[in-house]
Design a protein. Structure first.
Length: 137
């Protein structure tokens, strides 16, 4: 009689799990960067070529944040494939944490483009750092 295997001794080998994580990472990062670029294009569309201006601006912000979250999810899969600590993903969330520091928050209200630049650069920095780190498997 076949008994089900416990979760930690499942039928999938470690290499299959690693390949699944790498596939999910590649898909998440590629789709996320594409969404970030599309969101930036929608926000910067001054003439309203793609959509009417207020709709394009709001849609661009939503598409940008969806792309940002997708890149973070893809990087999480890549970190899992390399068997690294999940705490590395805090690098990608650093621009959001800046809003919780009182005096920095005032600076961001004076120059809001700083958080935009940070949110564009942080996923790229996170991808670069994870690419450089060696695999622990």
């Amino acid at each position: 009689m076949d008994y089900p295997l416990p979760y930690h001794r499942s039928r999938h080998h470690r290499s299959h799990r690693g390949a699944r994580y790498r596939r999910n990472a590649a898909i998440g990062i590629i789709l996320g960067i594409t969404a970030i670029v599309c969101g930036i294009a929608l926000v910067l569309d001054r003439r309203g070529l793609l959509l009417p201006r207020p709709t394009a601006f709001f849609s661009g912000i939503i598409v940008f944040f969806v792309g940002y979250c997708t890149v973070i999810a893809g990087c999480w899969s890549w970190v899992k494939a390399k068997a690294l600590n999940d705490a590395i993903l805090i690098i990608g969330l650093a621009p959001i944490f800046l809003l919780f520091i009182p005096f920095v928050r005032l600076l961001l209200f004076i120059a809001p483009q700083l958080i935009v630049v940070g949110m564009i650069m942080m996923p790229l920095i996170l991808i670069s750092i994870i690419a450089v780190l060696p695999s622990q498997r």
